[in-house]
Design a protein around this ligand. Structure first.
Ligand code: FES
Length: 238
């Protein structure tokens, strides 16, 4: 008889499916591991490092979104070392731009904000770096605020792997890194079709619909199912 493969997470034993990652096994068993860059259905990039967990025997913390679950693995998702790492990651992200939640259209639905609250991290641990790139507001639909971008790459995956528009990519390096179009032009002058998929997956307030400005924000509105009118395909969305 075939025995089920099991993994131990936070002291409890769970079965897992073939080819599942640690994150997927945890989520299926209702164990919370925070994510920022992870986009279901696409190849994990391991870019944000917020999903790090402790695995017994491993020399360092492991990115659970990219690491396959293995039989007999012992995982801790909220050990002191894990929490320390998450706090540092969040503090660095908060200092990497202008994350002023009071004035951000994404407040209430921002994953970075929610995680900062959960792990009690404010943006004062490190000096805030100034954004190198101005806000882009010259097309009719999407505002790009580079000062809030955490370079998770979800918009790039949504554009390239989900919608197959291939309009944007990660460009430049180090402190100059940003999400770019071909030739680093504005969205208006690029292959962008303004489908809005990138806005849907942005975990912060770096991308938002122009008509969201100064309108009721997430916590002040009711969610309804509707038909998107960005590109005329007519996708149903919340
Ligand atoms: Fe795993 Fe970002 S969610 S590295």
């Amino acid at each position: 008889m075939k025995t089920k493969q099991t993994i131990t997470i936070n002291g409890k034993v769970f079965p897992f499916k073939k080819e599942e990652t640690i994150l997927e096994a945890a989520e299926r068993n209702e164990i919370f591991i925070p994510t920022l860059c992870h986009l279901k259905g696409t190849t994990p990039t391991g870019a944000c490092r917020i999903c790090m967990v402790e695995v017994k025997g491993a020399r360092s913390l492991v990115a659970s979104c990219a690491a396959p679950a293995e039989p007999g693995m012992e995982v801790k998702t909220e050990s002191n070392e894990v929490i320390r790492s998450r706090k540092l990651t969040l503090a660095l992200m908060l200092s990497s731009g202008y994350h002023d939640c009071l004035l951000c259209p994404a407040t209430g639905k921002c994953t970075l904000q929610a995680l900062a609250y959960r792990y009690n991290v404010n943006g004062r641990r490190f000096e805030t770096s100034k954004s190198r790139y101005p806000l882009e507001n010259i097309n009719p639909f999407i505002i790009r605020d580079f000062s809030k971008c955490i370079l998770c790459g979800r918009c790039v995956q949504a554009c390239n792997d989900v919608q197959v528009n291939n309009a944007i990519d990660l460009g430049y390096r180090g402190v100059a890194a940003k999400v770019v179009t071909a030739g680093d032009r504005t969205l208006k002058d690029s292959d962008c079709v303004f489908c809005g998929e990138c806005i849907q997956v942005c975990p912060v307030g770096a991308l938002y619909p122009k008509d969201a400005l100064h309108k009721p924000r997430y916590g002040e509105t009711e969610k309804v199912r509707t038909t998107c009118s960005y590109c005329g395909v007519g996708c149903q969305m919340h």
